[in-house]
Ligand binder design. Structure first.
Ligand code: NAD
Length: 484
């Protein structure tokens, strides 16, 4: 166990507020409480940074950038390899921290939140084996060079995973980093910074400043010495970051909200597709930006789908995230709990058919931000529950009469992040997948692919993360004519 983890588990103030220039630096700012959503108790505090702290971190990154970007790719790969090894070695610490800071069931934290996060480090390392940082087109050389100092802003829902999805390709590219994790779930980020430190990454290449979006996040986005800002979060924050970044013409990538459709084609194997679809929607208590929260189903099979969906939801064990058998813990924070309650109320008020779940907490859970897995059927695309991201365990079932109508429903959203198609006729499934306007579509629940580019069409964002495309976001392209 690391001393930092012991400190975190003991609660109380975590004095080491920021990691700047290779050192832990105590911050003077306001203390922000960290609340365990399962108990509603304050389990620690972090000191929040100021724009002056952000300035110091950016200066450290700027100073580290020239040497780090000039390293051979194999050396950057070796750093990524060491960080990954430490994350895996300390995976139980990370899982415990994530479970406490945002409520993930401990088995989910162990089996998904941490190992999937480590995959981004592996993928970035592996890409460096033969990435074409310099290629020729005739006599012109095309060089791909690190963009510079990157401000990375991450959310609380997959706290470690969202960090590695940005930090790993940034390191692979040769960038220097200032990270601002979510102020609501900063514990795993602190452990990550410790792992980076212990991996021996040169001082200043990676820096972390805790704090709020309006203070630390906007200071990063607007700073003239930051070359790129990448945010994963709400559309509201994504817009503010882009606005703050605009005067300095920096690159902005945004991974924002979603309202992803799951189209069940008329020949889908319902006995498989419906339970898998429900579980995918409720994974991480529905707090995933690409959760397939709109199940689009043939009207002729509506009754069968409703029966299977309700059965699945009722089999989900919601409870204490520390228990191994718990499938879903609480929602991550009070704001999220209130939002989910409000949207369940909106669904009922709009006349959607409540199949299971509903307002309030599950039986037997009087404290904590626990919500009931809720399914609405007969949902119309005009309803708020069909249009707004809920970010909780709430699934909408929308019936259709023709495949064209199913595609129209799937695309009837401002978002364009994820999509799913289920069907036995592979050709039909492929053609529908190609008509869905989202950055990623899954056919018949394939295995997760950390190399598959991930990102949004429409208002779900700009840019792509993961794999080679994710690395590309951190690179500038230079053509050198007459090189060859
Ligand atoms: P949020 O927007 O409240 O916060 C995300 C991050 O942005 C936090 O670090 C926060 O402090 C920061 N932030 C907030 N206001 C800011 C500002 N004015 N300037 C700079 N930074 C600011 O989002 P959240 O509640 O933490 O996360 C949930 C949202 O994230 C959902 O909308 C979800 O869909 C989205 N999300 C998207 C993806 C994706 O890959 N597309 C993945 C996960 C979550």
């Amino acid at each position: 166990m690391t001393a930092l983890f012991d400190n975190i588990m003991a609660g109380g103030p975590i004095g080491n507020g920021a990691y700047i220039g290779g050192q832990w630096v105590p911050l003077q700012g306001t203390m922000l409480p960290i609340v365990n959503p399962a108990t509603e108790e304050v389990i620690g505090e972090i000191a929040s940074g100021s724009s002056a702290d952000v300035g110091r971190a950016i200066a450290a990154a700027r100073a580290a950038f020239p040497a780090f970007s000039a390293l051979p790719a194999s050396e950057r790969a070796a750093y990524l390899d060491r960080i990954r090894a430490l994350v895996l070695e300390r995976s139980e610490e990370f899982a415990q921290a994530i479970s406490r800071e945002m409520g993930a069931a401990i088995s989910y934290a162990r089996n998904a939140q941490v190992p999937l996060a480590a995959e981004h480090l592996r993928v970035a390392r592996d890409l460096l084996a033969d990435y074409p940082f310099l290629s020729m087109k005739g006599t012109t050389a095309i060089a791909r060079e690190a963009i510079g100092v990157c401000g990375l802003i991450t959310p609380w829902n997959w706290p470690l995973y969202q960090i590695t999805a940005k930090v790993a390709p940034a390191i692979a590219a040769g960038c220097a980093i200032v990270l601002k994790p979510s102020e609501l779930a900063p514990l795993s980020a602190l452990l990550f910074a410790q792992a980076v430190h212990d991996a021996g990454l040169p001082a200043g290449v990676f820096n972390l400043v805790n704090g709020t979006g309006p203070e630390v996040g906007e200071a990063m986005a607007s700073h003239p010495d930051v070359d790129m800002v990448s945010i994963t979060g709400s559309n509201r924050a994504g817009i503010l970051v882009a606005q703050a970044a605009a005067p300095t013409i920096k690159r902005v990538t945004q991974e924002l909200g979603g309202k992803s459709p799951n189209v069940l084609l008329p020949d889908a194997d319902l006995a498989k597709a419906v339970p898998l679809g429900v579980m995918a929607a409720f994974r991480n208590v529905g707090q995933s930006c690409s959760a397939p929260t709109r199940m689009v189903v043939p009207r002729a099979h509506l009754a069968e789908v409703e029966r299977l969906a309700a059965e699945t939801a009722q089999s989900i064990l919601v409870g204490d995230p520390r228990e191994e058998k718990t499938m879903l813990g609480p929602l991550a924070n009070r704001a999220q709990f209130d939002r989910v309650q409000e949207m369940i109320g909106a669904g009922i008020a709009e006349g959607a058919k409540l199949l299971c779940g509903g307002p309030g907490r599950p039986n037997g859970l009087e404290h904590g931000f626990f919500a009931r897995p809720t399914i609405f059927s007969d949902v119309a695309t005009s309803m708020r529950i069909a249009q707004e991201e809920i970010f909780g365990p709430v699934l909408c079932i929308l019936p259709y009469d023709s495949v064209d109508e199913a595609v129209a429903i799937a695309n009837d959203t401002l978002y364009g992040l994820g999509g799913h198609v289920q069907g036995r006729d592979v050709e039909l499934a492929r053609s529908v997948a190609r008509r869905i306007r989202t950055g990623q579509v899954h056919i018949n629940h394939p295995a997760w692919d950390p190399d598959a580019p991930f990102g949004g069409y429409k208002r779900s964002g700009n840019g792509r993360e993961y794999g080679e495309h994710g690395l590309g976001e951190f690179l500038e392209i230079k053509s050198i004519l007459g090189y060859g």
